[in-house]
Design a protein around this ligand. Structure first.
Ligand code: PLP
Length: 294
């Protein structure tokens, strides 16, 4: 990944009243070495993160990402993030993004084993090139996540609604999808409900309704999906958070994977069954998602 910038942050308490946090930041060389070997983010994947899309140096929907960072911290029993400090770190990183599409990552780890405090850092890098998937679509396979739709309520320690650093399972699912001849995966429950892709939310269109699985079902609340729904709502287009069955995904009139950096990639195939790629709606969605959003 072509890195542009990395900043270590000495995390301030959430009620720290300072106005200027620049003294808590130290710019580091992204190629490292930077982190101690006892870092629990690398030892155990014990931490949380956010990936913010950046267009022409403008970080998109910062507040929505910070809200989710706070939620993830709560779920993982990490100290509440100081939002003013994170906003200033994001602004510093955005200053290194230049023109075009980039990504700013926020990382908050539990810190060093037996250490006194969490570790936090921000990076800026060029975004991967998603023009192909946005234009041509992605073939997905549904993969069983191995639990039913009641698991998030029964087992909150699975941290299903938090954006944790533990993405090994998600990456394994994408590799399995590729072994099966697809581009990406969509996780489903054992009782046949659509959850999310390993790194994206799922939106389907059936008739005149755009629907997405309800966030109470143990999925990450997508900032891009929420932004798309408010854009659709403003045009009077019907949106719904509800259960979406695997069969509904397979027979949808159109479907998309959406996330902060990929934006909207239409689904062209589910489990080998072709789905119509609505190029016109996709272009309008991506036109909106590429415009500056706060
Ligand atoms: N679901 C998962 C598991 C993700 O990893 C992501 C993003 O990486 C999303 C959904 C989409 O979230 P957002 O639109 O905020 O990027």
């Amino acid at each position: 990944m072509p890195w542009r910038f990395a900043l270590l942050i000495d995390p301030a308490a959430s009620d720290d009243p300072r106005e200027d946090y620049s003294r808590t930041f130290s710019a580091v060389a992204p190629a490292g070495p930077v982190l101690p070997v006892g870092e629990l983010s690398t030892q155990r994947g014990d931490g949380i993160f956010e990936s913010i899309g950046v267009i022409d140096a403008h970080p998109q929907e910062v507040e929505a990402h910070l809200e989710r960072l706070v939620r993830s911290a709560q779920i993982c029993d990490l100290p509440a993030p100081n939002l003013a400090q994170w906003r200033q770190a994001i602004a510093a990183a955005a200053g290194h993004c230049g023109t075009g599409e980039a990504v700013i990552k926020l990382i908050l780890s539990r810190g060093v084993e037996r250490g006194p405090a969490p570790t936090a850092w921000v990076t800026a890098a060029d975004a991967a090139d998603f023009r192909g998937p946005r234009a041509e679509g992605v073939r997905v396979v549904t993969l069983d996540r191995g639990h039913d739709s009641g698991a998030p309520a029964r087992a909150p320690w699975l941290l299903l609604g938090a954006k944790t650093l533990s993405y090994a399972v998600n990456m394994a699912a994408i590799r399995e999808a590729k072994r099966r001849g697809a581009d990406d995966a969509v996780f489903v429950t054992t009782d046949g409900l659509v959850l999310e892709a390993p790194t994206a939310s799922v939106i389907i269109r059936t008739g005149d309704e755009y629907a997405t699985p309800t966030p109470a079902g143990g999925i990450l609340q997508g900032t891009t999906q929420a932004s798309v729904f408010s854009w659709l709502d403003a045009q009077g287009i019907r949106t719904a958070y509800r259960d979406v069955s695997t069969d509904e995904l397979r027979t949808a009139d159109a479907a998309w994977l959406v996330s902060s950096v990929r934006l909207a990639a239409p689904v062209s195939e589910v489990d080998g069954i072709p789905i119509t790629v609505d190029g016109d709606v996709t272009a309008r969605l991506n036109g909106y998602l590429l415009s500056p959003r706060d």
